[in-house]
Design a protein. Structure first.
Length: 71
């Protein structure tokens, strides 16, 4: 029996979202979308530790070393 009230509330909210224009700060939106933010330069990739390092002394593992031997 409570479904009718919930459905009416959802319809009311949907109608408000459809026809109501929210107050949007267009200047802030433009700044956000322009991408000229200094914080992006300081981004640390959490996967840097897993990336291959050039100039390492360790040779690449050979395929024969890790594949099971064929009999």
């Amino acid at each position: 029996m409570g479904r009718g009230r919930a459905k009416a509330k959802q319809a009311k909210v949907a109608r408000q979202l459809k026809y109501h224009t929210p107050d949007t700060d267009l200047g802030a939106l433009e700044r956000e979308l322009s991408g000229n933010d200094a914080r992006d330069d300081d981004y640390d990739d959490p996967y840097d530790a897993y990336k291959p390092r050039s100039g390492t002394d360790e040779p690449e593992p050979r395929e024969e070393d890790w594949l099971p031997r064929k009999h």
